[in-house]
Design a protein around this ligand. Structure first.
Ligand code: BES
Ligand code: ZN
Ligand code: ZN
Length: 474
């Protein structure tokens, strides 16, 4: 979709149909017909008046969510017609939610059709945004929101790709392609490197797979960076559970266990495109968790890169093992880190705890956690904090090793997983680290808002917002 800003009284648009955002039907010229058609000024309600070439879309509140959903709903309605050019006239309220309208339209338009044998004819839609004045602020929002939405859709494409076509080496190739496009540094290491560098936790998880594990390190380094940021992603291209095999119904959708890693790659792409003034490292552990004669086992004890020993009691708690080594690698490799964030579809417990729409935010720094929640909400994502405590910490003690990869209680599973990761954060980085458990929102089974079935691209928007808010002088 193309989106252009048009100055009302100066330029002539080419639009064939107009989209109206409606919070109340009172005072509308079409009030009567809308009432006859039972149109309500509510989220997701939408009416096409084909003859008069109008689309009415309802919304409830003047905020990101409501307007992004309205924009997505209107675009989906437009897609059911042959009209190719539509216009939206911005009033003051809509103007202050311009970001939501652009992102809602671009995210709502997304469809994953790669695997359909009959390809729908792609209709290129053009959206004209009519304003009194094309301010530089509006132009900036449009430019940025296009990049942000494209990054989210890139992550969605990767996550949606089936495991037969998206395995660790494919993920590494994607990283190399991003590096090539934007002139970033990229390093890809295989299992030999993991072995030589004591990354036995990550190595063990991928051992039964026919696909070699890959450690991906992408770096964006502008001149005079204001801070150094490290993003680490869980990139399980498939999680069968390993020998602690998942039941059949739970295995479906586990292609999405690479969502954290995909979010990191796409976010790096966006950061470079936006030319944010930070040195940003993206580190992804791309691994496939499978079964076989050489699979790692419950009862194994693994030594991680930082020297800590881990008793494996469940091979399905593999994400934390991969992250343990990736977090250690990141901190060994990169010094004087300002922020270190990790993204992972880590626990089903997080989904049970906070619901399928919300990311669980964990860490040791209260203020940083609150700021991360705020950035998420401002960016259009849902997030909430989950607090560590001394008692849950005891639940991951091991009789024979330093720690155990599962807790001795069913309760608080998202938090005990987060506290497991804390064992791999060096003292100097404790207050700089955040763990994002995106297990709920990363993959959408029942469409919601502007998210169709499939990957949502969770993590991309909130991270970009966090960094944008960090820019000095903003
Ligand atoms: N990838 C899963 C977590 C997951 C579950 C993500 C549902 C998305 C939706 C993870 O590797 C896993 O299997 N975790 C186990 C941990 C348990 C064995 C302690 C879980 O959540 O059941
Ligand atoms: Zn698992
Ligand atoms: Zn997993």
């Amino acid at each position: 979709m193309k989106i252009n800003l048009i100055e009302k009284n100066i330029e002539n648009g080419v639009s064939e149909i107009e989209i109206f955002f409606v919070k109340s039907v009172e005072n509308l010229a079409d009030k009567e017909i809308l009432e006859i058609l039972d149109f309500k000024a509510k989220d997701e309600s939408c009416i096409l008046l084909a003859e008069s070439k109008k689309i009415y879309v309802g919304y409830e509140e003047d905020n990101y969510d409501s307007l992004a959903i309205a924009a997505a709903t209107a675009i989906k309605k437009l897609q059911t017609t042959k009209f190719k050019n539509a216009r939206i006239e911005l009033n003051e309220k809509l103007e202050s939610n311009f970001k939501a309208i652009v992102e809602g339209a671009l995210l709502g338009e997304y469809k994953f059709t790669t695997y359909k044998s009959e390809q729908e004819k792609e209709i290129k839609i053009e959206l004209e945004i009519l304003v009194d004045n094309k301010t530089s602020e509006l132009e900036k929002i449009l430019r940025e929101s296009k990049i942000i939405s494209k990054a989210v859709n890139k992550a969605r494409d990767m996550v949606n790709t089936p495991p037969a076509d998206f395995y660790p080496k494919v993920m590494a190739k994607k990283a190399k392609k991003i590096a090539e496009e934007l002139e970033l540094d990229v390093k890809v290491e295989g299992e030999k490197f993991l072995e030589e560098n004591g990354m036995n936790a990550m190595l063990s998880v991928g051992r039964a797979s026919v696909h070699e594990s890959q450690l991906i390190h992408l770096t964006y380094k502008p001149q005079n960076p204001q801070a150094k940021i490290v993003l680490v992603g869980k990139g399980l291209t498939y999680d069968s559970g390993g020998l602690s095999l998942k039941p059949a119904d739970f295995m479906v959708t586990m292609k999405a266990d690479k969502s954290g890693g995909c979010a990191v790659l796409s976010t790096l792409w966006a950061i470079a495109k936006l030319e944010l003034p930070f040195e940003v490292h993206g580190i992804v552990g791309a691994v496939e968790n499978m079964i076989g004669g050489n699979a790692y086992k419950p009862d194994d004890v693994l030594k991680a890169k930082n020297g800590k020993t881990i008793e494996v009691r469940n091979t399905d708690a593999e994400g934390r093992l991969v992250l343990a080594d990736c977090l250690s690698y990141a901190q060994d490799e990169i010094k004087d880190i300002d922020y270190i964030f990790d993204y992972a579809t880590l626990t089903g417990a997080c989904v049970v705890g906070v619901g399928e729409y919300t990311t669980g935010i964990m860490g040791n720094n209260e203020i940083l956690k609150r700021n991360a929640v705020l950035s998420a909400l401002k960016s259009g994502e849902y997030a909430t904090t989950l607090d560590f405590n001394r008692f849950l910490k005891k639940a991951i003690k091991s009789e024979i090793a330093d720690i155990c990869n599962i807790a001795n209680t069913r309760y608080g599973g998202a938090i005990t997983a987060g506290m497991f990761l804390d064992n791999f954060i060096a003292d100097e980085n404790k207050e700089k680290w955040i763990h994002f458990d995106i297990a709920g929102p990363a993959f959408v089974e029942k469409p919601w808002g502007y998210n169709p079935h499939g990957a949502s691209g969770t993590g991309v928007r909130m991270t970009i917002k966090f960094l944008q808010d960090l820019v000095e002088g903003n």
